[in-house]
Design a protein around this ligand. Structure first.
Ligand code: ZN
Length: 488
């Protein structure tokens, strides 16, 4: 086994073999199916489960569905025409096929849908909400993610599973309306220093009143994880060696105080949680929504205030999941900038609007810093479907050239009908990365995971050992005629 001259441990013949299959999609799929891929650190639980699983659950629970919209109901609604699903219903196969199309991007036909693919995509979550409200169902979905990870040679999952419940008054009682009005006034006037001070004051209120919500949330996530381990799977896959952690989040489409209360509960839960399952905080949902845009800077100030209060809690922020045509051009100029400069994000999810950002050079400088780099989580299929951005429109090469650590992830592989294996195949096919670069992306997924230090060290060693073993097999099997005979 020869070593390449740049000091890499990778056998030269593995690199050569990889170069020889770079343009071959099927060969890349085979290669990446077998390759240990480290972690998928950007994926949403309810968007990662496949529509087949949702159908299975809905039929088992005899739920009602509108065939026109695909919306599920627990009880028969009076005002909407529905049919009841069950495993022994007439025409099961055709209904199943039609609903898989409604609950994913399979067979998506833009001319049949009045709004854009982004609206279609985000709309699917609402169709399934009657199922995803329930803790037992979420555990069933979580089990699917774990089984898939093991079958796909993935060693670590960092899942955005659920947001915490907060009361309607957001722990603020009679003061809610005053705080709400004041915050909105500051946003209107662009006086964010005042907004920050007020947010700090509100944190004081949360400290006194959110204790139960925090412990309930921690318990919910623990139960979800434990339950998903006890459910059997027909593939007989043992998931006990898979390392799994959770990020909490808030949806950026909510009222500002609700978003803040949820982000607070997640931060506090991460800071206090002793079993180390909840490891970070995020913010999700369409970035071009009305409230998402209006309160973007305020949301970043919320993260900044929480970072001061809970300095050890890491954050990964969906930022710059926008492109030309999705909003006004002037609004494509500051989302990533504020996420790294104001909110002090530890990782950036998507980062697609980078070429339009005013602070382009500062952003890349900060993200590629040797001391505390801020990796970007790249979700190619998601960006292709939701934003219509692919090939050279995607800024992945700009990040890479600037030295920003890249992590390959899936986002919502269920709705998007994809997998982590396919994301690696697309990254190679479209951008021509070398095996060494791909291997670094795999290592990045653990290096920048929100794991405790000891867990991380152990997992890095495990993934590197698995990669060495994988390379040894590839090396023998494909390339050295003097030894390949002994392998088969
Ligand atoms: Zn996402």
């Amino acid at each position: 086994m020869t070593k390449i001259e740049n000091g890499s441990d990778t056998p030269t013949n593995v690199q050569k073999y990889f170069e020889s299959i770079k343009g071959n999609h099927a060969a890349l799929r085979q290669f990446f199916s077998a390759m240990p891929k480290g972690g998928d650190v950007h994926n949403h639980l309810t968007g990662s489960a496949y529509a087949e699983t949702y159908f299975e659950l809905a039929a088992k629970k005899k739920m009602y569905v509108s065939l026109e919209t695909g919306k599920l109901y627990e009880k028969k609604p009076m005002e909407v025409e529905t049919i009841q699903l069950s495993k022994d219903m007439d025409d099961l196969h055709n209904h199943r096929m039609a609903l898989i199309d409604k609950w994913s991007i399979r067979n998506f036909q833009p001319y049949k849908y009045p709004l854009g693919p982004d609206e279609y995509f985000f709309g699917t979550f609402g169709l399934l909400s009657a199922l995803t409200r329930d803790a037992e169902n979420l555990a069933y979905l979580m089990r699917e993610l774990k089984v898939r990870a093991v079958k796909e040679n993935v060693q670590y999952l960092e899942v955005m599973a659920t947001s915490p419940s907060v009361p309607t008054d957001c722990f603020l009682g009679g003061e809610y309306a005053t705080y709400d009005e004041q915050l909105k006034e500051y946003v209107k006037n662009g006086t964010y220093d005042d907004a920050r001070k007020l947010l700090e004051e509100i944190i004081g209120e949360f400290d006194a009143k959110a204790t139960k919500a925090v412990s309930d949330y921690v318990k919910f996530v623990h139960d979800l994880d434990e339950r998903s381990n006890t459910l059997k799977n027909h593939l007989g896959v043992d998931t006990k060696n898979l390392v799994c952690r959770y990020q909490g989040y808030s949806s950026r489409g909510g009222e500002p105080l609700k978003v803040f209360a949820q982000l607070y509960v997640v931060h506090k839960a991460c800071a206090e949680e002793s079993n180390n399952l909840l490891v970070g905080c995020n913010i999700v949902a369409a970035e071009n929504g009305e409230k998402s845009m209006l309160y973007y800077r305020l949301h970043m100030e919320m993260f900044a205030a929480l970072a001061t209060k809970f300095p050890k809690v890491p954050t990964s922020l969906h930022a710059g999941e926008l492109t030309l045509g999705l909003g006004r051009p002037e609004h494509l100029t500051y989302h990533i900038g504020q996420a790294v400069n104001t909110a002090k994000a530890h990782r950036i999810g998507h980062g697609v609007d980078l070429p339009f950002e005013s602070d382009y050079n500062t952003i890349l400088g900060l993200m590629s810093s040797k001391k505390s780099p801020i990796p970007v989580e790249i979700n190619l299929t998601s960006n292709e479907f939701i934003l219509g951005v692919k090939d050279s429109e995607h800024p992945i090469k700009l990040y890479h050239k600037a030295g920003v650590p890249i992590i390959i992830s899936t986002d919502d592989p269920g709705i998007l009908r994809t997998s982590l294996t396919e994301q690696y195949a697309l990254a190679t096919l479209r951008y021509g990365f070398s095996y060494e670069e791909i291997k670094l992306f795999v290592q990045n997924s653990i290096t920048y995971a929100f794991l405790a230090d000891a867990d991380k060290a152990e997992l890095i060693k495990q993934v590197n050992d698995l990669l060495a073993e994988f390379e040894r097999k590839i090396s023998i099997r494909h390339l050295e005629p003097d030894v390949s005979g002994s392998e088969n």
